[in-house]
Write a new protein. Structure first.
Length: 284
């Protein structure tokens, strides 16, 4: 994930002192952070406002990047760059959706960071998924299937929510929300266990932050969740026990939007402001 943030120093503090990431590289204008062996999972740029620069999707190899680039134009995705946004990536293509979301499909990045490291924070396993807002989830879903080979895991009957998975078979990498205004509702980190939520809550309180929603368990994906806003206003989900779909031919489940177990099987509904939260795309 790549973001612009007005308070870069505060963002680095949030993601090292609370979330427990390691700083890989830091300049006055950019910070690269990781929670595992990957050289970067989160890239933060100093900007005038909080916005989503791009989401990165790692392809199996350079040939797969080229295949995505060749498929994109016919499906309505505009190729905006063939230059990797991080200099040590061998190959990349960045495509833009009609909503303004930039998706950078890139070849594997180096895994040269320590798997374990000292940190005051809780430390996630990895980046898990993004929740983009789209004016046309059905269109975006078709594009992700045709260009990137993603598959639908679950959806609502009228397409207000569509959950899509990639090659790692976790229930969703994209949880697409229908919205009159495009942007990002949240992005998520995979944690190790439910016990991490206790530590996160205590660390948030020390940073003068707090949970926005949760803990609870979602319906689609059957995953545990908490949500909080960092000090730049980004909505951060921490998730555990995401469903793994072992058979790629599995039929997706159709949910009724009014199902009380859709958002939270434990029965607590989110506040309206949480549902309406939106971080804009930088290109919009």
């Amino acid at each position: 994930m790549s973001f612009d943030v007005p308070d870069l120093d505060g963002a680095v503090a949030d993601y090292t002192e609370v979330m427990g990431l390691q700083v890989v590289e830091r300049t006055a204008q950019r910070a690269l952070l990781s929670s595992n062996e990957r050289r970067a999972e989160l890239i933060l740029h100093r900007g005038d406002r909080a916005c989503v620069r791009a989401i990165g999707l790692e392809a199996y190899d350079a040939a797969a990047v080229d295949e995505a680039a060749s498929r994109a134009p016919a499906q309505g995705l505009r190729v905006v760059s063939r230059t990797p946004s991080i200099e040590w990536c061998e190959r990349a293509v960045t495509v833009a959706t009609e909503d303004g979301l930039l998706i950078e499909v890139h070849s594997p990045i180096p895994e040269d960071r320590p798997r374990r490291y000292l940190t005051p924070g809780v430390r996630p396993r990895r980046i898990d998924h993004i929740g983009p807002r789209s004016t046309d989830p059905e269109r975006l879903s078709r594009q992700l299937q045709s260009v990137l080979g993603m598959k639908i895991s679950d959806r609502t009957r009228a397409g207000e929510l569509i959950f899509m998975r990639t090659g790692n078979l976790r229930h969703h990498t994209f949880s697409i929300v229908q919205s009159p205004a495009a942007g990002m509702h949240h992005y998520a980190w995979e944690m190790f266990s439910f016990n991490d939520y206790l530590q996160i809550g205590n660390l948030l309180a020390q940073a003068d932050l707090k949970y926005a929603y949760g803990p609870g368990r979602h319906g689609p994906g059957d995953n545990l969740f908490t949500y909080h806003q960092d000090r730049n206003g980004l909505m951060v989900e921490c998730t555990v026990e995401m469903e793994v779909i072992s058979h790629d031919s599995s039929q997706y489940k159709i949910w009724d939007l009014a199902n009380p177990r859709l958002m939270n099987q434990w029965g607590i509904d989110p506040q309206p402001w949480w549902l309406e939260h939106n971080t804009v795309f930088a290109s919009a």
